[in-house]
Design a protein around this ligand. Structure first.
Ligand code: HEM
Length: 741
């Protein structure tokens, strides 16, 4: 039997490992021989073993998991029966004295904690960051010194949906990285979009209230396509730039592995001598920046709401480790904090890479899945104020509010002020903060003097000057000023960068943007909301406005503002750049008539190209000598980046009479291809995916032209080279008929 490791990259775990203990196979009968818990699977890592105050605490992270052979209560007393409550006779009432019942049910009753107020749906993984040393000239931060390796935990998220919502709605994605550095934790809490909706954090509740489900009926879930969102962003025009990014392909990342990340705000970096620069942080994925199509995203939300977390976990488990380069755009720390006419304190503006190239400073590799989702992904907390010496904040009013907001919300979300002591949040350095008590205190502090100055505790802890690693707030100059509730005049331009973004897109990307606005505004029920947003589009670009107005059946308004024409920035486009195909998913569709040697060769060729093969067969088990990963009934085109047919695929026994025929389409009875595979190919074709086959008939019998662009026919494994070549550009855009704009 040919064995390949396909299921793991899907994270499905069908027949995959359940534990480190490879010798263990679950039996059909319930096991009865007492034994200890199984160890975690090899793809996982738990938070490092540290005490609540940062000291090393032994080597075995599993020491924090459940222990022993026998079922016990929470305080370790063994329990002989957990299926029956203590009752006054087998037909009588349950007794209050049943302490085991009470403990079990009480704990269960309190298992849920509040979800995050935003970014509730997330996925996390462990990794390692290795610094190139190129940032040593601008910052004294220890983790950026050449060759330094720092453990990290990364949490990706959507913004709007609830914790149980789907992975692929149109939305901004959170990209939050915790570096456990030798100088304490540094959190880079960013997004996959480099600009933000608002210029001042005091408006955060407004934008979130507008974007979340509407409060009367709690509709729609995880979507911006509704009246209140567009009501807000059309009135509050500084949101237009970020909104345009959301309407672009950036709002629909294919995978968490194929997203850029941005720190958004400008930060100040300080070198050993105290000299400063301003920087913007960028994460560049090695796998490229790729997106789903909107139709695909919608199908995935139904077919596999966990698509992106499954993809991430599967990639790590299968050894396709996702990587990003961290980079910085560097600017002089001038008095006006402007660069090339762009206000660096305005988080609704980006700096084009053509004007300030991104300089790589290190490499992040995600190399382990969490051991326990709740303990790690749910309990991790981030805070833009978690800084290290050499990195400081600037006077960006959005950032300033964030510095307050994260700690504040975590007190409620994580149930008290000691959330820093949760295993995933513990720093990997000594903690001596004089904080005491509070709910869920894990530390056991000795001594009598948690205050400064003291003599009763020998003066400890001592203030640390800069040379002892102390974080010295940068003595930034604040111009003499009066208190005021206002933003600078330079913040008033809400449109020129939105125009720049739109005009930097290729025709296919522009087309997607038009469709996205037409869809979203088409979902708005209040006419003035649509009209007002069209007015904003008129100020961004007349053609964009006209195309959306056409779809809405409304007249295109004229621009009301004089907006500067800014040079386009080709770096903002996702289309046209080749990227490695490592970890891309290829379906190999076969049936009983397929040539066994060919199927095996296709699987091997996909693996050799560092891609992930999924054998799709007519039924579970094996086809020939090859194990089936997904069946015609369980596979859908949107799960794969490319489809390869190992031959002509006849209708499988469970498709006769075919689904289509059951629904009255008698013509389908005569079809030569299994209807589910015909659907798969049709969708893949529509979605501009690479399609390969070992014979032209395999394609034509499913009703597709074998000579279309991106459809390749070749003998055996040679086909995989051609498919891989097509995949470097992600999709066969040549097949996508764009309207010239
Ligand atoms: C540049 C703008 C912003 C970015 C890039 C950003 C990014 C993020 C990210 C990535 C998360 C998820 C963290 C996680 O995975 O646990 C998050 C959560 C959150 N953000 Fe922001 N955010 C921004 C603006 C703001 C503002 C202005 C506020 C409030 C004034 C805010 C308040 C929050 C809160 C309360 C949470 C939930 C935190 C928790 O429960 O642990 N954010 N944000």
């Amino acid at each position: 039997m040919s064995h390949h490791v396909a299921p793991s990259p899907g994270g499905d775990r069908q027949g995959g490992p359940m534990s480190h203990d490879a010798s263990y196979t679950p039996p059909l009968e319930e096991p009865t021989d007492p034994r200890g818990p199984l160890p975690p699977t090899p793809d996982t890592r738990a938070p490092e073993m540290r005490t609540a105050t940062g000291a090393e605490a032994g080597k075995d992270p599993n020491a924090r998991a459940q222990q022993g052979d026998y079922l016990t209560t929470a305080v370790g007393r063994r329990v002989p029966d957990t299926d029956h409550s203590l009752r006054a006779g087998d037909r009588g009432p349950t007794l209050l004295q049943d302490h085991h019942l009470r403990e079990k049910i009480t704990h269960f009753d309190h298992e849920r904690i509040p979800e995050r107020v935003v970014h509730a749906r997330g996925t996390g993984a462990h990794g390692t960051f290795t610094a190139y040393g190129s940032a040593e000239s601008i910052t004294r931060a220890a983790f950026l010194k050449k060759g330094v390796e720092t453990p990290v935990f990364l949490r990706f998220s959507t913004v709007l949906g609830s914790r149980g919502s789907a992975d692929t709605p149109r939305d901004t994605r959170g990209f939050a990285v915790k570096f456990y550095t030798s100088e304490g934790n540094f959190d880079l809490v960013g997004n996959n979009i480099p600009v933000f909706f608002i210029q001042d954090g005091i408006k955060f509740p407004d934008v979130v209230h507008a974007a979340k489900p509407e409060p009367d009926r709690e509709i729609p879930q995880a979507a911006s396509a509704h009246d209140t969102f567009w009501d807000f962003v059309s009135l509050h025009t500084e949101a237009q730039h970020h909104t345009l990014w959301n309407m672009s392909d950036r709002g629909l990342p294919l995978s968490l592995r194929t997203m850029e990340g941005f720190g958004v705000h400008t930060f100040r970096v300080i070198d050993e001598a105290g000299a400063t620069k301003l920087v913007k942080w960028h994460w560049k994925p090695k796998a490229g920046v790729h997106s789903t199509l909107w139709e695909e995203a919608q199908l995935i939300m139904g077919g596999d709401p966990d698509f992106q977390r499954r993809d991430l976990y599967g990639a790590i488990e299968g050894g396709h480790l996702p990587q990003w380069e961290l980079g910085v755009q560097v600017f002089d720390d001038t008095e006006d904090q402007m660069f090339s006419g762009i206000d660096l304190l305005d988080p609704t503006k980006l700096v084009p890479e053509e004007l300030a190239p991104v300089q790589p400073v290190g490499l992040l590799t995600l190399d382990a899945n969490p051991t326990n989702f709740f303990a790690e992904v749910e309990q991790v907390m981030f805070n833009p104020g978690h800084l290290v010496p050499g990195i400081d904040v600037v006077n960006d009013a959005l950032l300033q509010a964030r510095l307050f907001s994260y700690v504040d919300t975590q007190i409620t979300r994580l149930g008290g002020p000691n959330f820093q002591q949760l295993p995933i949040n513990r720093p990997h350095v000594d903690v001596n903060d004089n904080q005491r008590d509070g709910f869920h205190q894990h530390a056991v502090h000795a001594g009598v003097a948690p205050y400064r100055p003291n003599s009763l505790g020998a003066g400890n802890p001592f203030p640390a000057p800069a040379e002892q690693g102390g974080f010295v707030d940068h003595p930034a100059v604040v111009a003499a000023s009066q208190t005021v509730r206002a933003v600078p005049a330079s913040f008033a331009d809400h449109y020129s960068q939105a125009r720049m973004f739109y005009r930097s897109m290729t025709p296919v990307e522009k087309d997607h943007i038009v469709s996205a606005y037409t869809f979203e505004l088409g979902k708005c029920t209040v006419p003035v909301v649509r009209e007002r947003q069209l007015q904003c589009l008129a100020n961004i670009d007349a053609d964009l406005c006209a195309a959306v107005a056409l779809g809405l059946g409304l007249p295109a308004p004229k621009a009301t503002e004089k907006v500067a024409d800014v040079e386009p920035s080709p770096a903002l486009s996702q289309v046209g750049k080749p990227f490695p195909v490592d970890g891309r998913k290829v379906a190999i569709v076969c049936d009983e008539r397929s040539d066994d040697a060919t199927v095996t060769a296709l699987v091997k060729a996909v693996e050799k190209a560092s891609m992930v093969p999924f054998v799709v067969g007519p039924h579970g088990g094996q086809v020939g000598s090859v194990e089936v990963d997904k069946t015609f009934a369980t596979a859908r085109s949107v799960e794969f980046d490319a489809i390869v047919l190992a031959g002509q695929i006849a209708p499988a026994p469970d498709a006769v009479p075919s689904y289509d025929a059951r629904n009255g389409d008698q013509a389908a009875l005569g079809t030569q291809t299994d209807p589910r595979i015909a659907l798969m190919l049709g969708e893949a074709f529509r979605h501009c995916k690479a399609i390969g086959a070992v014979s032209a008939e395999a394609i034509t019998s499913a009703g597709l032209p074998a000579d279309a662009k991106g459809v390749v026919v070749a003998d055996g494994a040679a086909i995989i080279d051609q498919v891989a070549e097509l995949l470097t550009l992600h999709r066969v855009w040549d097949r996508y008929p764009t309207v010239a704009r």
